[in-house]
Design a protein around this ligand. Structure first.
Ligand code: KIV
Length: 254
């Protein structure tokens, strides 16, 4: 697709029903993101979600999918220790969830684990720029790699991930011109979230693009629906119908 100049579409999914719809719509890649920790479980960060919980979400998505590629995040704490631990975590996701591939945050510091996982036959997607599992190191969710030094480190890490055998890289919240440079220099597809228009594909968190969340409004987010208000309205209507004895009516009973 990158060679053809066809942009790659990617969204997150965490459950069977939503994954069915996104797959039917023709999405190229479904990411079982550790953002499940935020949007599904209500945690402030992605750090608390466990490998078992990721496997639960991933297996629900896998059961729904007929055509999309499914990528599953290795959660915080399941791969940073050493490459053997990383490989075991990746194998559990592939074996127990039936995933197609995994994603890992980081560059040089995780490169041994990336190589070991790929050599075991597991496709790996990299993730650079804003890496939410390191939020306590960064301190904020602001745009990364605005300064030249950090930008150069990011480019170097993208090369390292490509050389290690990654099949794609997510770039999160970086300047558009840096996204352009990486996409031009690197042969594997670059999927952006807040990385501008020049990268090879785009990913958004499903809850954000469907407007299920109200509070989260970064500049890079385009909302395609306002499901929060629609679900709120439908639920209020249902409550009113039950209370007023309008529901169920004669045709809605046995
Ligand atoms: O967990 C996630 O949803 C992600 C995307 C933001 C790329 O990693």
């Amino acid at each position: 697709m990158k060679l053809r100049g066809e942009k790659i579409s990617m969204l997150t999914a965490y459950d069977f029903s939503m994954a069915t719809i996104l797959d039917d719509a023709g999405i190229d890649i479904l990411l079982v993101g550790d953002s499940a920790s935020n949007v599904m479980a209500g945690h402030e960060t992605t750090l608390p979600i466990t490998l078992d919980q990721m496997i639960y979400h991933a297996s629900s998505v896998i059961r729904a999918v007929k055509r999309s590629l499914v990528v599953v995040d290795l959660p915080f704490g399941s791969y940073q220790g050493n490459s053997k631990e990383a490989l075991n975590s990746a194998i559990r996701i592939m074996k127990e969830a039936g995933a197609h591939s995994i994603k890992m945050e980081g560059g040089e510091e995780i490169i041994d684990s990336v190589k070991r996982i790929i050599s075991a036959g597991v496709p790996v997607m990299g993730h650079l720029g804003l890496t939410p599992q390191s939020i306590y190191k960064f301190g904020t969710y602001t745009v990364r790699a605005k300064e030249e030094e950090e930008a150069e480190i990011l480019v170097r890490n993208a090369h390292l991930l490509q050389e290690a055998g990654c099949f794609a890289i997510v770039l999160e919240k970086i300047p558009a011109q840096l996204g352009k440079r990486v996409s031009e220099e690197i042969k594997i597809p670059i999927i952006g979230i807040g990385a501008g228009m020049y990268v090879d594909g785009q990913v958004l968190v499903m809850h954000d693009m469907l407007g299920i969340n109200k509070e989260f409004s970064p500049r890079f987010l385009r909302r395609y629906l306002n499901l929060y208000d629609q679900i709120l309205g439908a639920t209020k209507q249902y409550i009113e119908d039950v209370k007023s004895k309008d529901f169920p009516n004669e045709n809605e009973q046995y």
